[in-house]
Write a protein that binds this ligand. Structure first.
Ligand code: C2E
Ligand code: CA
Ligand code: CA
Length: 332
C-alpha cells in the first residue's frame, strides 16, 4: 500500500510539454499471493479487476483484489452468456405500463422489457441492461424492443385500441450507433407505423454526453415526426439553457421526486418547478412512479396531467393491458 501510494504520488506530479502544464492520475489495482498454486496470469487478472474497481471508485485511487470481486465478475459473465442464449431463444417479453390521465384512461404506454429465465425466473432489466450495454448485446436487444413495440402498436391500432403513442427506452450505446436513426425509420416502415406513434425515452446522461451527435440525431428523429422524452428528469444536470435548444416533446419527472413529494418539501418544490419549466418550454410533462392518490392530486393541482405508476397500474403483459384498456374505456 505504501509503495502504491508512492507510485500514485509520483505519477500525479505535473509535467511540462511545450510550455503547457499537464496532469495525469492513476488507478492502481493490487492482488496478493494468498494461494500458493495461483498462476501468474490469474494473479494479473485479479490485479486487473481491482484496477477497474479503483476506476469505478472515481479514479486516482488504489484498490485491493477481494474474492467478492471475482463473484461479481463471474455473475456478470454468466449473465452475459445467458443473455446471448436468451436472445437466440426469444426469452424476452415486453410489458406495457399505461400512461394515463387523472381518471386512469390510457393516453399512451411505456414498453418495459422482461426476461423470463428458465431457471432463475424473472430477471430485472436494472440487472441485465447494464450487462447488455457493456457487452454490446444491447444493440441486438434494443433492436428487438424497437421492432416489437412498433409491431404491438400496429396491432393495437388495427384492433381499434386508439392510443397516442408507445414509448421505448433507448440506452446510450444504442443511441450512439451511427445508423440509429435509420434503424428506427426501418422499424416504423416495416410495421407501417406513423412516426408520431413512437416516443423515444432518453436519460439526461445520454443527452449531455456528446451533445453535437445528440442534437443532430434528435433533430433527424424530430424531422421524421418521432417524439422524444427525457426520462428520469431532474436527476441529471440539465440546464435550462441547453434544454431550450433540444427538440424535445416531453419531460418525465423522475420517480424519486414523486415518491416523497407528500412528505419532503424539497421534493414537492422540485416537482412543481419541473412542471412549470415544462409548461414554459411548451413541453408535455409526465410523472412516473405515482403510487398514491395524494401524489396524483398534488401533481394534478400543480398542472401535471399525465401519470404513470402503480396507483393506476403496474407494467402489464399484453393480454392484461388489453383488459385494463377495456375496463377504462367502459368507465369513461
Ligand atoms: P425506467 O425507464 O425509469 O422505468 C421505470 C421503472 O419503474 C420500471 O422498472 C417500472 O416497472 C417501475 N415503476 C413503474 N411504476 C412504478 C411505481 O409506481 N413505483 C415504483 N417503485 N416503480 C415503478 P423496470 O421495468 O424494472 O425497469 C427498470 C429500468 O430498466 C427502466 O427504468 C429502464 O431504464 C430499463 N429498461 C426497461 N426496459 C428497457 C428496454 O427495453 N430498453 C432499455 N434500454 N432499458 C430498459
Ligand atoms: Ca423509461
Ligand atoms: Ca424513469
Amino acid at each position: 500500500m505504501v509503495i502504491a501510494e508512492k507510485i500514485r504520488n509520483i505519477l500525479e506530479q505535473p509535467y511540462i510539454i511545450s510550455d503547457y502544464e499537464h496532469h495525469c492520475s492513476s488507478s492502481i489495482g493490487i492482488s496478493l499471493f494468498p494461494e500458493p498454486n495461483i498462476s501468474a496470469s490469474e494473479l494479473l487478472q485479479q490485479a486487473d479487476k481491482a484496477m477497474y474497481r479503483a476506476k469505478e471508485q472515481g479514479r486516482n485511487t488504489i484498490c485491493f483484489f477481494h474474492p467478492s470481486m471475482q463473484q461479481v465478475a463471474d455473475d456478470k459473465l454468466f449473465l452475459e452468456k445467458e443473455l446471448r442464449r436468451a436472445l437466440k431463444h426469444q426469452h424476452f417479453k415486453l410489458y406495457y405500463q399505461p400512461q394515463t390521465d387523472a381518471k386512469g384512461k390510457i393516453i399512451s404506454a411505456e414498453a418495459l422489457i422482461r426476461w423470463h429465465h428458465p431457471e432463475r425466473g424473472v430477471i430485472s432489466p436494472a440487472q441485465f441492461i447494464p450487462i447488455a450495454e457493456d457487452s454490446g448485446l444491447i444493440i441486438a436487444l434494443g433492436g428487438w424492443v424497437l421492432n416489437q413495440a412498433c409491431w404491438q402498436m400496429r396491432q393495437w391500432l388495427d384492433q381499434g385500441m386508439e392510443m397516442d403513442h408507445v414509448s421505448i427506452n433507448v440506452s446510450s450505446r444504442q443511441f450512439r450507433q451511427a445508423d440509429f436513426v435509420n434503424t428506427v425509420d426501418q422499424a416504423l416502415k416495416h410495421n407501417k407505423l406513423d412516426a408520431s406513434r413512437l416516443c423515444i425515452e432518453l436519460t439526461e446522461g445520454i443527452v449531455i454526453n456528446n451533445i453535437d451527435d445528440t442534437v443532430a440525431k434528435m433533430r433527424a428523429l424530430k424531422r421524421m415526426g418521432i417524439k422524444i422524452s427525457i426520462d428520469d428528469f431532474g436527476t441529471g444536470y440539465s440546464s435550462l439553457a441547453y434544454l431550450k435548444q433540444l427538440p424535445l416533446n416531453q419531460l418525465k419527472i423522475d420517480q424519486s421526486f414523486v415518491r416523497d413529494l407528500t412528505i419532503d418539501l424539497n421534493d414537492a418544490i422540485i416537482v412543481s418547478t419541473i412542471i412549470n419549466m415544462a409548461h414554459n418550454l411548451q413541453l408535455e410533462v409526465i410523472a412516473e412512479g405515482v403510487e398514491t392518490e395524494q401524489q396524483k392530486d398534488y401533481l394534478l393541482q400543480k398542472g401535471c396531467q399525465v401519470f404513470q405508476g402503480y396507483y393506476f397500474s403496474k407494467p402489464l403483459p399484453v393480454d392484461d393491458f388489453r383488459l385494463y384498456w377495456e375496463r377504462m374505456t367502459e368507465v369513461s
